[in-house]
Write a protein that binds this ligand. Structure first.
Ligand SMILES: Cc1cc2nc3c(=O)[nH]c(=O)nc-3n(C[C@H](O)[C@H](O)[C@H](O)COP(=O)(O)OP(=O)(O)OC[C@H]3O[C@@H](n4cnc5c(N)ncnc54)[C@H](O)[C@@H]3O)c2cc1C
Length: 380
């Protein structure tokens, strides 16, 4: 089969639609959301109406039935508009809806996936705990079966959408004696007895994203809300591989936004009688930014294409995630440099890009964890 680097007409149209939506529906909200550190919840039904929350899900559940490449096109556009808002959308679709679709019973799909795709219910994934991040097998949350319920006890932290989510997919041990293998996943609704949002987390960047800490104190979860039983955790986590690719696409979008701003600024700003873009020190920087962003983009779409074809892409997904994370941080730092003192001022968006970029190497598996995965895939 020949190599084809072109997006389809449908994908190009999708990109235009996502871009217009970002401009018309998201951009006007950004300043307020960043200032108040609040996600604009009213966006979810609008996103649902446009089909943006169901890109990869089948039409029978209200999805659009498209592929991972299209999902990445959307994530890239959202990353360009606002990193915090993009992160909440990704957490909802890739981290909460995806495992519900992949592992859920028909009843669970009707109850959580269908309204999730429509943007009427917001989802989150609760894996990380105060004492367990990268080492997810060390979580302490426990679920004990009592009659037709599970009783959950534990704390989850750094949960995207945590404060506003209607339901959270929660990882908990059902058998502590089996490390990793004894973990199960549950769908926990906001209103379940014993569930509490214990606090909102304030962050360096991604200010528009909702990030919370959740506490389960003898939280009662009906047995039908068990999503993946023991032994399924590893499978579930491996399935979240797609989230890593989407995360990388978002990083590419963020880098592109920082680059475009710096490029335009360099043409407008004059020093020593000419635009600063005419200084080789600046133009080479911009050329390097363009090269790195394009490289990251190629890696993202290759991984997305492999994923869509059902081919193994563990290495490629981690490579794309790692590289895009490093690129967005480097590009954001250089964008600040190109703006000089103005890059440091809050009136310009570049300081936000700089703050937002740092997160890319911390979530969905840190850059160190991506190195470990890639090395493992290399047989080391
Ligand atoms: C804004 C934000 C949103 C998040 N959203 C979610 C969410 O929705 N759901 C969720 O469950 N979690 C979420 N997280 C948590 C995130 O996934 C974790 O922060 C991440 O997995 C790292 O865990 P940690 O912070 O505990 O760091 P640690 O695991 O303590 O790691 C600390 C440092 O040690 C390094 N390290 C750890 N182990 C190794 C190793 N074996 N080899 C080399 N280096 C290593 C790490 O790379 C890192 O640099 C979010 C985090 C943030 C900041």
């Amino acid at each position: 089969m020949p190599l084809d680097f072109e997006f389809t007409e449908e994908q190009n149209m999708f990109r235009d639609t996502a871009r217009d939506f970002g401009k018309n529906e998201i951009e006007p909200l950004i300043e307020e959301c960043e200032k108040e550190e609040e996600f604009p919840k009213e966006l979810f039904p609008k996103l649902g109406e446009m089909g943006f929350l169901g890109i990869v899900f089948p039409e029978e559940y209200g999805g659009v039935g498209l592929d991972k490449v299209t999902d990445c096109i959307f994530a890239e556009e959202m990353g360009k508009i606002n990193a915090g808002i993009a992160m909440c959308i990704n957490a909802h679709t890739s981290l909460a809806l995806f495992p519900t679709y992949k592992f859920g019973t028909e009843e669970q799909k009707q109850k959580y996936l269908v309204p999730g795709i429509a943007g009427q219910k917001i989802g989150a994934l609760g894996l990380t705990e105060p004492n367990a991040g990268s080492d997810a097998r060390s979580i302490r949350t426990q679920a004990v079966k009592e009659g037709n319920k599970y009783i959950l006890n534990g704390t989850k932290t750094w949960i995207t959408n945590g404060c506003m989510a209607d339901f959270t997919v929660v990882a908990a041990y059902t058998d502590k004696s089996k490390k990793g293998e004894g973990i199960s996943l549950f769908i926990v609704e906001k209103g379940f007895p014993g569930f509490k949002v214990s606090g909102k987390i304030h962050k360096l960047g991604h200010k528009a994203a909702d990030t919370g800490e959740l506490v389960f104190e003898n939280c009662e979860v009906p047995e039908e809300n068990l999503l993946v039983g023991e032994g399924g955790f590893e499978r579930a986590m491996a399935t979240l591989l797609g989230a890593r690719i989407t995360h990388a696409a978002k990083s590419v979008g963020m880098a592109q936004a920082a680059f475009e701003y710096a490029l335009q600024y360099s043409k407008d700003r004059e020093a020593f009688g000419r635009p600063i873009s005419k200084f080789q020190a600046i133009s080479f920087k911009l050329a390097d930014m363009a090269v790195k962003i394009e490289t990251a983009r190629l890696m993202v779409y290759k991984a997305a294409w492999l994923y869509s074809q059902g081919k193994r892409c563990v290495k490629e997904a981690s490579m794309a995630k790692l590289y895009a994370a490093e690129v967005v941080q480097w590009v954001a730092i250089e964008a600040v440099q190109i703006l000089g003192g103005y890059g440091y001022g809050v009136e310009y968006p570049v300081e936000r890009y700089y703050r937002d970029a740092k997160l890319a190497s911390l979530t969905e598996g840190t850059s160190e964890i991506q190195h470990i995965i890639i090395a493992r895939e290399l047989g080391i």
